[in-house]
Ligand binder design. Structure first.
Ligand SMILES: Nc1ncnc2c1ncn2[C@@H]1O[C@H](COP(=O)(O)OP(=O)(O)OP(=O)(O)O)[C@@H](O)[C@H]1O
Length: 299
């Protein structure tokens, strides 16, 4: 429990702009105790945990494990249409709940990134509704397909800048992130001099500096070496909110996700639970190939 709880405690305290001192006063403990909890060196008693959940206005599960209620409605796309030169989305309906782990699959050019851009709010729809049941400013993190990095900064400077913009900066956070993402040795290297895989790892780091209700990842592991890919999927196990990922990393897809969407012909052609796919003795790759083939194609 320690790692997730200590991260949650630090994140929630910073979100509420409360110092360790204030938390300590409210709980009648020393500031050192709060500091130990945040470092994962000690755990509070259950009565203190309940009091902490109360102070942050979250339920105990979320404080301990970063898990949202699976029934919480986060997002609804209703009959969304989008056309560029040609129609791309032709009535997309999609609902995302708390704790969903969704893989969004579809051929190149089927409109996956277009959906992400619409959810993010960087692209308007032609028609249809986008209903967000969270504060997009605070509770949506996106790792885009193309790295959005300031090449002239050094790696650590970039983390400091992004953490400051997101109002979660502390020396400790930057130190912890460099350690966690195994980028300490590159801290003083200019972004423009990093390898492609290191840039991708940094892009992931920047998109999870603060926790969020919904994390969207667009082809996150493209350009990563095997070690970084393993690191990425292991790291994802510790993400508490809902995750929507565009990926064709079929080696991992069966393990991490609980729901798979297939975007085809401009609509969500299939929306299936991974449990159901597996209960039919299929891997997700087999399922994807079966349903994404063109009409009449024999496989
Ligand atoms: N800004 C734009 N202007 C014109 N056409 C666009 C624009 N953005 C996307 N498109 C077109 O819309 C279609 C869907 O693009 P999108 O990037 O959403 O697909 P995708 O499923 O994410 O593809 P990939 O798997 O190759 O990343 C493509 O044909 C693309 O050329």
């Amino acid at each position: 429990m320690e790692n997730i709880f200590s991260d949650q405690l630090t994140m929630l305290r910073q979100k509420k702009s409360l110092s360790q001192e204030i938390i300590a006063q409210k709980l009648f403990v020393s500031r050192q105790s709060v500091s130990k909890w945040e470092r994962g060196d000690a755990e509070p008693d259950i009565d203190k945990l309940i009091a902490l959940a109360d102070i942050f206005g979250v339920d105990l599960n979320y404080l301990l494990a970063g898990q949202q209620s699976s029934k919480e409605l986060l997002l609804k796309l209703i009959a969304v249409n989008k056309k560029f030169q040609n129609p791309v989305l032709r009535g997309v309906n999609l609902t995302i709940y708390g704790r969903d782990r969704i893989a969004l699959l579809g051929s190149n050019g089927s409109g996956k990134s277009t959906i992400v851009n619409i959810i993010e709010g960087t692209l308007p729809t032609d028609s249809g509704q986008v209903e967000k049941y969270f504060d997009a400013k605070d509770d949506l993190n996106v790792m885009p397909q193309e790295n959005v990095l300031i090449e002239s900064l050094r790696l650590e400077e970039h983390i400091v800048l992004s953490a400051s913009i997101q109002r979660v900066y502390s020396k400790q956070i930057v130190h912890d992130l460099l350690e966690k993402f195994q980028l300490k040795a590159q801290a003083n290297i200019k972004i423009s001099h990093l390898s492609g895989g290191q840039k991708r790892r940094l892009a992931l780091l920047l998109s999870v500096i603060r926790t969020s209700k919904l994390l969207i990842l667009d082809e996150p592991t493209v350009g990563m070496d095997l070690e970084s890919i393993d690191f990425f999927w292991n790291y994802m196990d510790h993400i508490g909110g809902s995750v929507l990922t565009i990926t064709h990393d079929f080696n991992q897809i069966d393990r991490y996700f609980n729901r798979v969407l297939l975007l085809k012909n401009g609509v969500i052609w299939k929306d299936e639970t991974v449990a159901k796919i597996h209960s039919n003795n299929q891997t997700i790759e087999e399922w994807y190939r079966k349903y994404n083939r063109n009409e009449g194609e024999i496989i």
